[in-house]
Design a protein around this ligand. Sequence first.
Ligand code: HAX
Length: 439
Amino acid sequence: MILHEKMSAQLPAWRERIKTLAKEHGEVVVDTVTVGQIVGGMRDIKSLLTDVSFVDPAEGIRFRGMSIPEVLKALPKAKGGKMPLVGGLFYLLLIGEVPTKEQALEVEAEWAQRAEVPDYVFKMLKSMPKDAHPMILLNLAVMSLERTSAFASKYKKGMKKDEYWVPALEDSLNLTAKIPVIAAFIYRMKYFGEKGKPKYNPKLDYGANFARMLKVSDKKGYAELSRLYFILHSDHESGNVSAHATHLVGSSLSDIYFAYSAGLSGLAGPLHGLANQECLGWLLDVHTKFGGVPSRDDLYKFAWDTLNSGKVIPGYGHAVLRVPDPRFTAQMDFAKKHFPDDELVRLADMVFDVVPTVLKEQGKAKNPAPNVDAISGTLQYYYGVREFDFYTVLFGVGRALGVTANYIWMRALGMPIERPKSLTTKMLEDAVAKAVQPL
Ligand code: HAX
C-alpha cells in the first residue's frame, strides 16, 4: 500500500532526527513557563511536537508547510469538481508530499474497501434514546469498533516498538473509512427516522459518498462543500482540545478508537467544536429578531446585548490566531462564489464587518476576528443540513483525518507517554514570593 511504502521510506531519517534531538540536545531551552500560563490553560507553552500542521498566529494553519489556498490549489481534484480529493489531503498530512492524482485515488480506494460497518453498530445506535446527542452516537459507534483494533490485538500478542505504527495505520484507515458512513447513518436515523444502512459507493470519492449517503438534494454542490469542509477541519496543530486529547490518550498506547473517542469528547464542548452550532444559532436569532438582514446599527446593538448578557459571540476569537482564520475565508469565498445572494451569507458577511469592532471596543478578546466556525454552519444550512446539533459531527469527520495522521506518526517515532508536572497553589505562591523578593 502506498501510504505504508512512503512512510517506511521516510522513517529511518525521521527517527534519527528525533534521536539526535533527544540524546544530543535534550537540555536546550526552547521556552519558559510563567505563572500566568500555568493558571491560564497552558496557553502558548511550546511543548508539543508535530510535523503535520502548524498554526502561525499571523497567518493561520499550514498543512505540511502549505497554506489553505496553496493546499486547495495543489491537491488533485475530484472528478467533476473543483475541490480536492479528501484522499489527497490525507496523503499530504501523512506523507508530507503533494500526491499525484493516482496516489490520492489509491487512498480513496483504501477507504472504499474498508467502509463496511458491522451491523451491530447500527443496531446499537438504533437502540439509543431519541434525545441522545449525535456526538454521543458517533462516539459510541467509534468505541463499539474498538474490538476490531489491529493495534490492540498485536500489542497483546507482543509487538516491537518500531512496528507500532503499522497496525496504527491499519486502524486509522479502517476508522476514517467508516466514520462518514456512521455519521450519515446517525443523520438519517436521528432526523428522518430512517433505519437503512448507508452504502459507500466505491466509484465515488469520500466527499461525493458523504453527500450521497446524507441524501442532500444538491448532491454535486454538497459533495464540493464536503470535500472543502473535511479538508479545512482536518488539523489545527496539536494543542487544540480534540487533537491534544487524542494525542494524550494515544500516548498511553491506547489504540486509535479510544484516542479519537477522547478527541471527540473534547470536540463536543461549546468552546471548541460545538461553537459552529452555536454560531449559526446566533445568526438565526439575529435574522428572526429583525426579520432579515438588519441594519449595521441594529446588529452592533445586538452584538453588545449578547456581550452584556455575559455570553461570548460564537465564531469569534481564537486561542492562537491573531488574524481572520483562513478556514473562515475559504468557506466565505465558497459561499460568495456559489450562492452570493443567500440572506444568511450576507448576514454572516455583515457580522464579519461589525463584530470585530464590538469585540475591540469591549477590549477583552485577544483576537476579535472570525474563526472557522463563524461561517461553516451557514454553508451547511444553505444545502439543507439544518440540524444544528449535527454540525459538530461533521467537524468530527474532518478532524479524524488530522488526529489519525498525528497518531500514526507518534507511534512511528516511538513517542513516550505524556506526563507534565503539576504544582500546588502554595508552590506557585512561594515561587512568586521568591521572584518578587527585594534584593
Ligand atoms: N466573545 C466574547 N468574549 C470573548 C470572545 C468572544 N467571541 N472571545 C474571547 N472573549 C473573551 C474571553 O471569554 C476572555 O474573557 P474573560 O477574561 O472574562 O475570561 C477574554 O476575552 C480573553 O480571551 P482570549 O484570551 O482572547 O481567548 P481564549 O484563548 O481564552 O479563548 C476562544 C479562545 C475561542 C475559546 C474564545 O475566543 C471564545 O470563547 N470564542 C467564542 C467561541 C468560539 O468561537 N469557539 C470556537 C473556536 C474555534 C475552535 O476551536 N473551533 O472548534
